[in-house]
Design a protein around this ligand. Structure first.
Ligand code: GLN
Length: 278
């Protein structure tokens, strides 16, 4: 079978299995099986698929049809222009989270560590370390996720110091200049109706936010009040419709509170500055 024919057959198979977008998914999986770029598939449609390549491609198609996200099959996801390794131990980085990075980069900070809370794949911490050209601290509860994050920092040459703890439990009072996080925020009643790719494959610890999806924010804001220096910043990702509740949680200890929209028009990021006097 040629690359061109394999692509056509796989596209039909994925279409019939209800996988969208079928053609792009087929291309990504075939390129992964062959170890080439997608452009190569177009340049060499007559090239015969090797036996091992064919076996790999078949397995990837089978996995995708079972609901496994493409990124867990290829083990990769691009984020902020860099390639991150992902496994089912970590949430797949989303484009929305790039707004968190933008907001964090825009915050002018007092001295002190930048901390990414619940780093997962390390996407935020690694990106900030490389974009700011400075060391970043990243915390994570899951050992399995920490391994993935460490590997990403090593591969991308990012100076990130990893700590296994809940939120910022291991950090000293009034030490940090910036606390950034994409916490779990999906309300529990909505988990059942998530896409099966998320519901059945991504780590629940990374997205399940309690009854209203807000459990983590209350704790995170309290803890950020403790570890941030006066004038330091908190930058957190929000679920759709959560801005007002989070605004109310940010009590009198915070100023310059604002919310940034994502490309879909949802208030996706909350930014707040720690009061100077307290
Ligand atoms: N963006 C993810 C989703 O909606 C959830 C991420 C999170 O809870 N932080 O599938």
């Amino acid at each position: 079978m040629t690359l061109g024919a394999a692509l056509r057959e796989a596209t039909h198979l994925l279409e019939r299995g209800g996988i969208e977008p079928a053609r792009l998914t087929a291309e990504v999986l075939l390129a992964h099986a062959v170890g080439c770029t997608r452009a190569y598939l177009y340049a060499h449609p007559e090239r015969e698929l090797g036996r091992i390549e064919w076996i790999h491609f078949g397995r990837y198609l089978h996995e995708r049809l079972q609901g496994k996200p493409t990124q867990y099959i290829t083990g990769r996801q691009e984020f902020y222009g860099r390639e991150f390794r992902v496994t089912p131990a970590v949430l797949i980085p989303r484009p929305e989270t790039e707004h968190v990075v933008e907001a964090a980069l825009g915050a002018s900070r007092p001295p002190g560590p930048v901390v990414d809370v619940g780093t997962g794949s390390g996407a935020i911490a690694v990106t900030l370390a490389l974009e700011m050209n400075r060391a970043v601290v990243a915390t994570e509860l899951s050992w399995a996720a920490l391994e993935v994050a460490r590997e990403n920092a090593r591969r991308l040459g990012a100076p990130v110091h990893f700590i296994q703890c809940d939120l910022v439990a291991a950090l000293a009072d009034a030490s940090a200049s910036l606390v950034v996080s994409n916490p779990p925020y999906v309300p529990e009643p909505e988990i059942g109706s998530l896409q099966r790719e998320v519901r059945d494959w991504e780590p629940r610890l990374a997205f399940s936010g309690g009854a209203a999806g807000l459990d983590c924010y209350a704790r995170l804001i309290r803890e950020a009040e403790r570890v941030l220096r006066p004038g330091g910043w908190l930058v957190v990702e929000l679920g759709a419709g959560q801005a007002e509740a989070v605004r109310q949680m940010l009590g009198c200890g915070w100023r310059q509170v604002r919310f940034l929209e994502d490309l879909a028009g949802h208030l996706r990021v909350a930014v707040a500055r720690r009061e100077r006097t307290s």
